[in-house]
Design a protein around this ligand. Structure first.
Ligand code: AMP
Length: 211
């Protein structure tokens, strides 16, 4: 089974991914997570991507498409989180899957009002060591208290700062939203009301992809 999670930044795709990947034995492929580890490792790809990412802009299609194609050929079922984000990427994904004799089974669209997204992103703290994220609170959370990760200090991603958030939202509207029609026309898309608790969003997804 191959699934795409589509939705604006902050709509909860990453949060749902670990549950979904485990439950349905899917390989979670988050392009944002892959790029952040490339940055940490100091690779050429990471250096190229970091400028775009810090500003809140999309990394160029050819870079992302090459990176995803390489990963797709090495795995079986995939849960795509943060890819595709442009029509070019969606078309390249169709080609790549067709070459591998695979198809997309579901596209889940995480629908959240924009005021809520801005609130979530500006309050978000991330772990440097793993993909976990938290909400800012008075008793600063640490990743260690919540998981097997040893990291004590959380940080605010450069692209979760106000200026970058506005650019990300605009890029989402201009470049990613057209994908909703692209997948609607292929009868692959289901709306998820993602302005709900984590458990309620999971429940909606389970009903759709239950096998
Ligand atoms: P995310 O963790 O999904 O919010 O992604 C963080 C950043 O990584 C994005 O703002 C982009 O700069 C970059 N990125 C992740 N996925 C893609 C993609 N499919 N196309 C272009 N840039 C991407």
């Amino acid at each position: 089974m191959n699934i795409i999670l589509l939705g604006p930044p902050g709509s909860g795709k990453g949060t749902q991914s670990s549950h979904l990947a485990k439950k349905y034995s899917l390989n979670h492929l988050s392009t944002g997570d892959v790029l952040r580890s490339e940055i940490v490792s100091g690779s050429k790809l990471g250096k190229e991507a970091s400028k775009y990412m810090n500003e809140g802009n999309l990394v160029p299609d050819e870079v992302i498409i090459g990176m995803v194609s390489q990963k797709l050929s090495a795995i079986d079922s995939v849960l795509l989180d943060g890819f595709p984000r442009t029509l070019n990427q969606a078309k390249a994904l169709d080609n790549e899957l067709s070459n591998l004799s695979k198809t997309i089974n579901h596209v889940l669209y995480f629908n959240v009002p924009s005021e809520e997204l801005i609130q979530r992103l500006s309050q978000r703290l991330s772990c440097r060591n793993c993909p976990n994220t938290f909400t800012k609170s008075e008793n600063n959370p640490s990743c260690k208290s919540d998981s097997s990760c040893e990291e004590q200090e959380l940080y605010q991603r450069e692209d979760d700062k106000p200026e970058a958030i506005s650019i990300r939202m605009k890029n989402y509207t201009d470049l990613t939203e057209p994908l909703l029609n692209f997948y609607k026309e292929k009868n692959l898309m289901t709306n998820i009301d993602a302005n709900k608790s984590i458990a309620e969003v999971s429940e909606q997804i389970d009903k759709i992809i239950h096998i």
